[in-house]
Design a protein around this ligand. Sequence first.
Ligand code: XBP
Ligand code: MG
Length: 261
Amino acid sequence: MVRDLVRKMKRLEALIFDVDGTLAETERDGHLVAFNRAFADAGLDWQWEDSLYGELLSVTGGKERILYYLDRYRPDFPRPRALSDFVANLHAAKTKHFLQLVSEGGIPLRPGVKRLLGEAKRSGLRLAIATTASPANVTALLENALPGGLSLFEVIAAGDVVPAKKPAPDIYNYVLRELKLSPERCLAFEDSALGLRSALAARLKTLVTVNGYTAGQDFAGAALVVDGLGEPEAPFRVLAGEAGDAAYVDAALLHKLLAGA
Ligand code: XBP
Ligand code: MG
């Protein structure tokens, strides 16, 4: 009876996905390009290189990232009197460019994402999103990269819906409240150490799929760290944790990860 109770407590019911860097390479192919286009539009001589952007990702959220850049790298830049309006305008222009890039079809989903979402849905798992990025970005990405994909997700929590962005747990706690589920019944998917910290602080077991910006980060506490979700014909590489004889992430592996097997 006790065993039945434990099994019940650990039943996997929902998957909660980060977006940027996890569902797609939006940081490299979308946000970075869009930031630079917005800076050029505004007549600013700012040009973020890839390596600098990797460092700027230590701050989540586009507006917050611009402010961090000013503080850390441009103490010389004369501060506009209405700094928050200046940043908000830059960020709005950046969002416009991001949406344009996405609508041109330039940002596909990472390998294995489409397969896993479909398989998860068919097997009765509930799907949700917990991201720092603005809601419009998420909607556009899903509509373009996965037609019909938006309707797969029961909850889409994005951007300023909570005041404290990742690594605070707030966005994951918000999703859990909306799903009316306890963290023991869910798995989170992240690509970065900051995202992992957010998910762990919400007491979620977390699977990490690294990318070029995050591969060297500290993922202590993750249930599994892989180089991607993998596909039957293109297996993943396990970087930390135990995947048994699985060659790619599927629902069976996720159930095992949640149960701690
Ligand atoms: C993602 C981000 C986002 C995007 C920008 O973090 O930090 O900032 O870079 O999005 P995570 P906005 O993947 O952990 O959610 O410009 O729309 O804020
Ligand atoms: Mg991310």
